[in-house]
Design a protein around this ligand. Sequence first.
Ligand SMILES: O=C(O)CCC(=O)C(=O)O
Ligand SMILES: [Fe+2]
Length: 463
Amino acid sequence: MNRGRGNNRRDRGGGGGGRQHYAAKGRSAQPTGPWVARGVAGAGGHLDDASSGSGSSEIVRRNTETASVDDVRKKFGDVLLSTEYPSEPSSESHGSLNVPPKDGNLKGVQSFPKTEPIVPCYNNNFPSLPTDSKLSESGMSITSRDQNFKNCSPSHYIFTSPQTVGCQFSPEVQSGKKTTSDGASGETKFGSSVSQHDGFSFDICEERRSSGVKLKTPLHKINKAKRKEELRMQGGNIKVFRPGMILLKGHLSLDEQVKMVKSCRDLGRGPGGFYQPGFRDGAKLHLKMMCLGKNWDPEKSEYGDLRPGDQTKPPPIPDEFQLLVKGAIEKCHNHLESDNKMLKARNILPPMTPNVCIINFYTKMGKLGLHKDKDESSKSLLDGLPVVSFSLGDTAEFLFGDEGDVDKADKVELESGDVLIFGGKSRHIFHAVSNILADSAPRYLMDETLLKAGRLNLTFREY
Ligand SMILES: O=C(O)CCC(=O)C(=O)O
Ligand SMILES: [Fe+2]
């Protein structure tokens, strides 16, 4: 863990491409509210340890007076509201993400924490959401990658060790036998000469419930969670931060969150599933990542059809995810139209059909340095096609601004179920995850999914 590295700058893609990351210059922990606080520092540049089918009728039922306290407790218990979060940022910060590369070699050390034996293929079904997606096939089609990659430059946030190129597996994994156990420290490394076989990815959920004593959720927390859900059902809170940057607060119901986590878990344990990238300088990234639709290669800051380390093809984006993205964008458009009839909502926030999704899993020590998302096609970037970001699990402190300086960034808390969209004029904002607030995930979500402590983030884009 690197602390207080200050001004190191990580360039995830200097020049035309890449996500550029900038280190924190310090820290001023003054969260002033759940949404935005001005001038927050401490976006440590490292990553560490890391539909519309609403399910709402069930919630209506659960919200009625006749619902038993236990029912309500199960669903809404211990959903912490933003005011209840521990607001002190972690003492860990400014770390390895910002370590500049020591040499020009892009070397891949990507490792898998060892997991329990798992299902050897990904499940792309999203069982409980509507499956009648009307989304066109073309939305899933992938543009040829060549013409736009010329703008991409070498990488930024995932730097790896000089000793290896690509990915490396343990002998057991290479031999196809297994690599399991010790989720905490155990890891499996990629090697360029081997390919990933089914079933050895990181599991974002616990295999089984812990046998510890479960504390009852206090009533005031249940009530707050209920109020939050009621607000969501009335249309939720919509916050426009700047043209094209919109936060749909509490957009996803708890049931939708559960389904999304379960889908990510299934996808993440299969081929192309979660893995742990590394730094070029040998430091380890404590973030688990996987892609859908197309692979984003953090070493080269470019998209491709296969993951270079193990030649796996990312699973397709499930229809149900597509519907969720569509629904979120539509909600923004409706809001913008009602807000300002004179301006065309679609000009402010261009519509987008994702063919790429990057899924990050952060543990409570996770961070993501200040960067811009710049690896999508020139057309996509030029048109300002939005990034649609879903947050699940623990709350994140998210920084954003016009400059690569965390001291000048604004901060917003992204809670489980929030959807943040930045497109149009806001497509090129700097952004970062400066902190993960431990134990802030809804209890119901954790109980239903056994999600490991931490935060799951899905960013959808159209390449
Ligand atoms: O985790 C987040 O909220 C942001 C993720 C992000 O910026 C990225 O993956 O490029
Ligand atoms: Fe990003």
